[in-house]
Design a protein around this ligand. Structure first.
Ligand code: CP
Length: 310
């Protein structure tokens, strides 16, 4: 396997291998082992045309802990701000001799396009509203560690599904692992075509969060992506919170051990109340922590043993 572009391209066996490797990476994460030499001599470029806190820094830490040379390039600080095209930018970077490009871009399909231009491994760190495969892997890893097997477990995803690449990758990943998945959104934030996709992929949709939450084995709150709503926000923030937010009252609909996930960044007080985000059953920071181990595993599986580009 050369790239990580979509969960569609990752088999159940691949996921099991990534999870097994991630579990081994916790020794490094606990700092019992400072670094592994696995990617010594490899160069990983984080090329982020959209903002990021978790994904970019965890890929950087993951690369460094595997002894790769990691470099960060952001859209704002690069020559794309002078009008250089995406193709010229990635061909320029690839010409320096890199082994992997970890890329985030606002255009759906950007990572796939780049993978056709360069020889380096391309890891999709979020492409528009399309996919965010490493996030889905770390979410499933977090839930599997918390719940044991995901087979038959009911995972409820609530949020702005229209704009969510995390939703798309998570549906693919969780259903592959045998979970029963229900996705919930107001009608205005339910993606067009989801009814056909849900029938084909075997997940459920609902507009009624209060009806679904009592049967959840895990709940995943997704961010309202105001920056992708050029035409304004409907329902209003207040209506959204009342209808779909994980409020203090709705927290009572969940069992006390039901993990609460959020990929971050959170809109506290909009899609998730502080009582839920900071509850004992919240695994939001466990997701962040798992992100390093899972991204180490992804880099390891893509790059270890391959010849260096340099
Ligand atoms: N979950 C996630 O992708 O967070 P960042 O935007 O901070 O990377």
């Amino acid at each position: 396997r050369k790239h990580l572009l979509s969960i569609d391209d990752v088999s159940v066996d691949d996921i099991a291998e990534i999870f097994a490797t991630a579990a081994e990476m916790h020794d490094v994460q606990r700092r019992e082992v400072k670094k592994l030499p696995a990617l010594r001599g490899r160069t990983v470029i984080n090329l982020f045309f959209e903002d990021s806190t978790r994904t970019r820094s965890s890929f950087e830490i993951a690369g460094k802990w595997l002894s790769a040379d990691t470099i960060n390039i952001t859209g704002k600080g690069s020559s794309t701000s002078k009008g250089e095209s995406l193709r010229d930018t990635v061909l320029t970077i690839a010409s320096m001799g890199v082994d992997a490009l970890v890329m985030r871009h606002s255009a759906s399909g950007a990572a796939l396009q780049v993978s056709q231009w360069v020889d380096a491994a391309v890891i999709n760190a979020g492409d528009g509203t399309h996919e965010h495969p490493s996030q889905a892997l770390l979410d499933a890893y977090t839930l599997q560690r918390r719940l044991g097997s995901l087979e038959g477990r009911h995972v409820v995803m609530v949020g702005d599904l229209t704009h969510s690449r995390v939703f798309r990758s998570n549906v693919l990943c969780l259903t592959k692992l045998g979970a029963r998945v229900t996705v919930v959104a107001p009608p205005t934030l339910m993606p067009s075509g989801v009814a056909e996709w849900s029938r084909a992929a075997g997940f459920e949709t609902s507009y009624d969060v209060d009806a679904v939450l009592p049967t959840a084995d895990a709940v995943m709150m997704l961010r309202v992506q105001k920056e992708r709503m050029s035409g304004g926000f409907f329902p209003s923030p207040r209506e959204y919170t009342v209808g779909y937010g994980l409020t203090r009252d709705r927290l009572a609909l969940l069992g006390p051990d039901v993990p609460i996930c959020h990929p971050g960044p959170m809109n506290r007080g909009l899609e998730i109340a502080a009582d839920a985000a900071d509850a004992a059953q919240s695994v939001i920071l466990d997701q962040v922590s798992a992100g390093v181990a899972v991204r180490m595993a992804i880099l390891y599986h893509l790059l270890a043993g391959e010849g260096s580009a340099a």
